[in-house]
Design a protein around this ligand. Structure first.
Ligand code: HEC
Ligand code: HEC
Length: 437
């Protein structure tokens, strides 16, 4: 998190919340509670073999309680951060999202968007819990929530934001995939009403699929949903130890789900022929540790995944005209000769494996020398390159942090296209072109 000095317009402090991702909302405690902020988070254990889901603890959800160093000079402040978990010992509350205090400071509400739940917190009890034991220990205690959560209330599908009324009586939860509001009586900690916002009466398979994409109840103990690892139907930027029981082997970077309809086969190793196979039995067996989806549900989910659009391209002019640097990069992508006039063999040309007509993938598995000793096989499905600029980190194991590193760090022997003869400026141009795809 960044603390900004509004007067000087500079970053006053970078506040670290170790091990967590997806900080989406923040709420400031009313003054009578003392100065602190609540920031819901998710903490993934992505490098532990995911087959351990049945032992719990692959992903936990909680809140950072941040006491900001308000009056320290710029660059010298050190905010105090305590992590406290919102999950129960045997049930998890995936997709922590919105957060709000009642103005009287007595209660707070936190939505769990993938668990269709809003948790109502007693702030006095939370304060007491934070006094019990050192912060490092509290961060890993699954018995905290029971001490300060007053109620877990069911909402509509995918509750994201929550706000409270000025008189502290009500909280309004926006159910993103239901077009409805859940109205909570905060004193009684009960759902008072559900207000329809007049969305479409009929639920299309597309919408049903998106609801399922955000439904953690299909996973053992409700630990996570598809949307947990694929936020905004994209990727979380992490590498996961998905299927192997061996710690550290066959680690795979997450992959985007945007615009993948015509890019089969799936997965880095290209072993999954279609989205139904990827999302159905495999997910049930290897990720969710549950029965998974029934046939109709799977059909809806696949419809959704097949229709996730690509984001508009930020690097391409609206009329599609390339800049000079992008044009120079394009010429390098399609080049047939190196700088010193040697021919680039066909199998080493970028466009042989990444042809424009088919989303820049020939849909064939090849070795490009990127495997490490931790990989069982170096044979990898050529990835599509549409909007590749938003897919970092790169390569199957996520070891290349930027597009440049694919070649500056990992292509020492020209096994992934011929790039060793290129100057820095040529590589820059190539990257500028890749960003337009
Ligand atoms: C624990 C995190 C996690 C969860 C939960 C998860 N995924 Fe993934 N997903 C990944 C990772 C990591 C990969 C890359 C795996 C590989 O290539 O070996 C991936 C790959 C995929 C792919 C293949 C994309 C491609 O282009 O090859 C699809 C499709 C997919 N996920 C859909 C889903 C759906 C649908 C769900 C829910 C049913 C889901 N995922 C749940 C982490 C996750
Ligand atoms: C022989 C086929 C082949 C050639 C030639 C080739 N690539 Fe690749 N490319 C691949 C494969 C396979 C991968 C996946 C490697 C991995 O994940 O470890 C890949 C990965 C990439 C990625 C990373 C994508 C991601 O999402 O992580 C980019 C970008 C890329 N290639 C661009 C290029 C460019 C530019 C060239 C020409 C200089 C090129 N490739 C030449 C097969 C090829």
């Amino acid at each position: 998190m960044l603390a900004l000095d509004a007067t000087k317009q500079v970053v006053a402090e970078r506040i670290l919340v170790p091990g967590v991702i997806e900080l989406r909302h923040i709420a400031e405690a009313p003054p009578r509670l003392g100065e602190y902020l609540l920031v819901p988070f998710m903490r993934p254990k992505n490098l532990g073999p995911l087959i351990q889901v049945s032992q719990g603890w692959m992903m936990t959800h909680g809140m950072a309680v941040v006491r900001p160093a308000l009056n320290a000079p710029v660059g010298e402040g050190q905010s105090k951060v305590t992590q406290v978990l919102l999950d129960d010992i045997d049930y998890y509350f995936a997709g922590n999202d919105g957060v709000a205090f009642t103005p009287d400071g007595r209660r707070a509400a936190v939505t769990s968007s993938d668990a269709d739940t809003v948790s109502i917190l007693d702030t006095a009890k939370l304060a007491r819990r934070l006094q019990q034991g050192p912060a490092e220990e509290l961060a890993d205690r699954l018995d905290s929530a029971a001490t300060f959560v007053v109620a877990r209330l069911g909402t509509g599908h995918n509750p994201t934001s929550v706000v409270t009324s000025p008189d502290s009586r009500w909280a309004y939860v926006a159910n993103r995939l239901d077009d409805s509001l859940t109205i909570v009586d905060m004193a009684q900690a009960k759902v008072a009403a559900t207000l329809s916002l007049g969305g479409p009466k009929e639920i299309t398979p597309l919408r049903r699929g998106e609801q399922l994409f955000h439904a953690a109840k299909y996973c053992f103990q409700g630990q996570f949903a598809c949307g947990t690892c694929h936020p905004n139907s994209h990727l979380d930027g992490l590498a996961w130890n998905l299927e192997t029981p061996q710690l550290g082997r066959d680690r795979v970077a997450n992959r985007t789900l945007r615009g993948i309809r015509e890019t089969a086969p799936y997965k880095w190793n290209g072993h999954n022929p279609d989205i139904a196979t990827q999302c159905g039995p495999r997910i049930a067996k290897f990720l969710f540790r549950s029965e998974g989806f029934n046939t109709q549900e799977l059909e809806a989910l696949v419809t959704y995944v097949n229709n996730i659009p690509l984001a508009p391209n930020r690097h391409l002019a609206p009329d599609g005209q390339l800049t000079e640097a992008q044009e120079r990069g394009k010429a390098i992508f399609y080049r047939k000769n190196t700088n010193d006039g040697r021919a680039v063999p066909i199998q080493s040309r970028c466009d042989t494996c990444h042809p424009a007509e088919t989303h820049y993938t020939n849909r064939i598995s090849t070795e490009v020398g990127s495997a490490t000793k931790y990989d069982t096989s170096g044979l990898l499905d050529t990835p599509q390159l549409d909007r590749v600029y938003e897919d970092a980190p790169y390569l199957h194991n996520g070891e290349a942090l930027t597009l440049e590193e694919i070649w500056t760090v990992f292509n020492n022997y020209d096994t992934h296209g011929i790039t060793s003869d290129m100057g820095k400026e040529q590589l820059n141009d190539l990257i500028e072109f890749l960003k337009t795809l």
